[in-house]
Every structure is written in structure tokens, then in C-alpha cells.
Design a protein around this ligand. Structure first.
Ligand code: HEM
Length: 248
């Protein structure tokens, strides 16, 4: 069924007829389109991030440090884009959102399967996280796939072990190595993720106020603020303290 290359157009290549059909506001409010588009665009970027994480995992498994570094550079660029997109919704005044919020029903970003898959792949797997996942029924395949692989920190530490290098050694040498830059790129990813979380909390406070509950049934901004401290790579954070006599 593949289209003859000569017949491919901008619209057919990108399936724009389908893509541009998918924004369906449920109210007559002019701002609902923006709300839908920012969420859909974020989900598209999540899809690309998950694809990059697959390739990153493969690079780790093959002990290809340079290639892993290349992937991390891209993932970090994507995370910056996802955070920046939230700015568009900072222009959504509360009285506008209030006019179409009832149309969301109980739908909530907390049900984003791709977001949970990114968290799981990155390393959030503690019992509370797993319980929350299971509350909504069987674990979706994209999350299960992430859970079936070691978390990114373990993959990185395996790479070091294969070269008989201790994490601390990377931070001792005068000359930074590829493995050092890779550790720093993972840390930057953690920071970028935290920045998304922080920006999202601020957005929620701005639109809903600090005390309004979410459509997903949480305490809203208060709940979200508590998620900011979660860490994917505790070992990379702990190694810093070793230089100040308070090492873990
Ligand atoms: C006006 C804009 C937004 C508001 C008012 C808002 C509100 C909320 C609230 C209150 C929660 C907590 C769960 C709940 O009880 O519903 C939440 C979670 C979440 N939202 Fe948003 N949100 C907005 C925009 C976005 C955008 C653009 C995305 C991008 C995909 C997003 C993704 C998420 C995710 C992934 C969670 C789960 C976070 C976690 O549990 O760590 N949100 N949102």
C-alpha cells in the first residue's frame, strides 16, 4: 500500500488530514483548542523521548558510551522543548479554564501512560509508584516494556563496571572523560525533568490556585510539589557529597 514517492506530498507524508482532525474541543470556549494542542504536542514529544530511550538503552547494553552520550544530548533537547511548551498555557486565565474544565470529566495528566513509561524507564519503581500504576488496572504494555529493563542508573553503572571504573574516579581526574560527560548528561536529564515538574506546578498554581484539587482526584499543586524531590539517579547525586565529607 506504499505510496509512489513521486505522489508524496507534504500533507500525505505527515498524515496531516488525520493529525489535524484530532483536535476536538468539547466546549465553545476559544481557549480549549490551546489546552488540547499543548497536551497533544507534549504526548507526541513523549513518544519521541520513549523512542530515544529505547535507543539509549540499546547503546548502554552494547557498551557504546559515545552513542549513549549522543542520545542523551537529544533527550535533553526534547525535555527542554516539553517544558517550554507549558509557557503557552500560562496565558490561560483561570476564568477561561473554569468555563471548560467541567468537560474534562475525570481525565487528568496523571493518567498519561507515556509519562509514566518515561518515569519507569528512567528509574521510578518504588512500591508507591507501582501501586498507583496498578490502581488503574493492568499495567499498559509501554510501561511494562520499560519495567522489563534495568533502570538507566543501573545500565550506566554496568557500563562503568565493565571498564573497572568506580563512579568516584570519574570525578577525581583532571581531564573529564566520555563516561564523566555521560554521567553529567544523565544528571542534566534529571534536572530537566525536575524543571518540567516545577514549571507544571507553577502553571497549576497559576491556573487553579494552590489549594484547588485536580480532576484526577489529587490535592492538585500540593500533590505535584511533593513529586519534585523524586530522583532517578541517586548515586549520581550522592557522589557529589563525597567531596564535602558528608558522603553517602
Ligand atoms: C492548564 C493546564 C494544566 C493544569 C491546570 C494541570 C493540572 C494538573 C493537576 C491538578 C494534576 C494532578 C493530578 C490531578 O489530580 O489531576 C496534574 C498532573 C499531571 N499533568 Fe497537568 N495540568 C495542566 C497542563 C498539563 C500539560 C500541558 C501536560 C503535558 C502533558 C500535563 C501533564 C501532567 C502529568 C504528566 C501529570 C502527572 C504528574 C505526576 O503525577 O507526577 N499537564 N496536572
Amino acid at each position: 500500500m506504499s505510496e509512489d514517492a513521486a505522489d508524496v506530498t507534504y500533507g500525505s507524508y505527515l498524515a496531516l488530514d488525520k493529525l489535524l482532525e484530532l483536535q476536538r474541543p468539547r466546549s465553545a470556549h476559544a481557549d480549549e483548542l490551546l489546552f488540547i494542542i499543548v497536551h497533544q504536542a507534549s504526548e507526541l514529544w513523549f513518544k519521541e523521548i520513549l523512542h530515544e530511550v529505547d535507543l539509549l538503552v540499546a547503546a548502554f547494553v552494547d557498551h557504546e558510551a559515545e552513542f549513549a552520550l549522543f542520545r542523551m544530548g537529544r533527550i535533553n533537547a526534547l525535555m527542554r522543548i516539553v517544558s517550554a511548551q507549558l509557557s503557552a498555557l500560562e496565558t490561560l486565565p483561570p476564568q477561561h479554564f473554569a468555563e471548560f474544565r467541567q468537560h474534562l470529566g475525570s481525565s487528568s495528566g496523571s493518567q498519561s501512560v507515556q509519562f509514566r513509561a518515561i518515569e519507569a524507564a528512567s528509574g521510578l519503581r518504588e512500591p508507591h509508584f507501582m501501586n498507583v500504576l496498578q490502581e488503574h488496572g493492568p499495567i499498559p504494555a509501554v510501561i511494562q516494556r520499560a519495567l522489563d529493563r534495568p533502570p538507566l542508573q543501573d545500565l550506566y553503572l554496568d557500563l562503568l563496571r565493565a571498564q573497572s571504573i568506580e563512579l568516584e574516579q570519574l570525578y577525581m581526574g583532571e581531564r573529564p572523560t566520555t563516561l564523566f560527560f555521560l554521567a553529567e548528561a544523565l544528571l542534566e536529564y534529571e534536572q530537566q525533568f525536575g524543571q518540567w515538574r516545577f514549571k507544571h506546578v507553577q502553571l497549576v498554581e497559576r491556573v487553579l490556585g494552590p489549594l484547588t484539587g485536580g480532576t484526577g482526584g489529587t490535592l492538585g499543586a500540593k500533590y505535584l510539589a511533593r513529586t519534585i524531590d523524586q530522583k532517578f539517579f541517586p548515586a549520581l547525586w550522592a557522589v557529589r557529597a563525597k567531596f564535602y565529607g558528608s558522603g553517602a
